[in-house]
Design a protein around this ligand. Structure first.
Ligand code: SF4
Length: 200
């Protein structure tokens, strides 16, 4: 079934018909506020992504806050040592729902070259990851592709039903029948060395 779009310029006029999920997802995906979790060298590329040459503001994501309560996408950029791991998890838990996570680079995705007692072998051992961006370090373009893939993933979410199930069933008793399953857009397999990024 084709995905419902929130906005169609071809039918632009005084009234736009859409679905609640589509409208919510449209607003969410275009205003992702990152929590920059810069832990090592990948963070330099993360900073470059925000600079004028790459301009993450084109995607509505230039608002990098250092308060987890104002963020909805954590970008884990760098080596996650065990010393930092629980701090990363605590900050993740302080972020309000809905929230998403991008593992940027080999270290955040798998531990990278550090097969050592001091390094966590992938941040997904502690928090759920939505998009993995490969590279050591990934270039800013790769991070932007990861962001675009996350936007596509958000497009397919059942935002209203998943987050307000009680209210959804009160308003629309047969909502389960009316909604269709979230389309799968898996872009790669963990460990298969995707060329740029993959969606979990
Ligand atoms: S993936 Fe490479 S560039 Fe990124 S933090 Fe690890 S060692 Fe540094």
């Amino acid at each position: 079934m084709p995905q419902t779009t929130a906005y169609d310029s071809k039918i632009e006029g005084n009234v736009i018909f859409t679905q609640l999920d589509a409208a919510m997802n449209w607003m969410r995906k275009n205003s992702l506020w990152p929590m920059p979790m810069g832990l090592a060298c990948c963070a330099i590329e993360l900073m470059a992504t925000a600079a004028s040459r790459f301009d993450i503001a084109r995607f509505g994501s230039e608002v990098m806050r250092f308060s987890p309560r104002q963020c909805d996408v954590m970008i884990v950029a760098g080596t996650v040592t065990y010393k930092m791991a629980l701090a990363v998890k605590r900050i993740w838990e302080q972020m309000p729902e809905p929230k998403w996570c991008i593992a940027m680079g080999a270290c955040a995705s798998t531990g990278g070259m550090y097969r050592s007692y001091a390094v966590l072998q992938g941040i997904d051992q502690l928090i759920p990851v939505d998009v993995y961006v490969s590279g050591c370090p990934p270039r800013p373009e790769a991070l932007l592709e990861g962001l675009i893939r996350l936007q596509k993933k958000i497009e397919g979410e059942q935002a209203f039903l998943n987050q307000k199930p009680k209210l959804a069933h009160e308003l629309i008793p047969d909502i389960e029948k009316r909604t269709h399953p979230t389309p799968s857009i898996r872009g790669g397999v963990r460990g298969a060395a995707p060329s740029t990024s993959s969606v979990a």
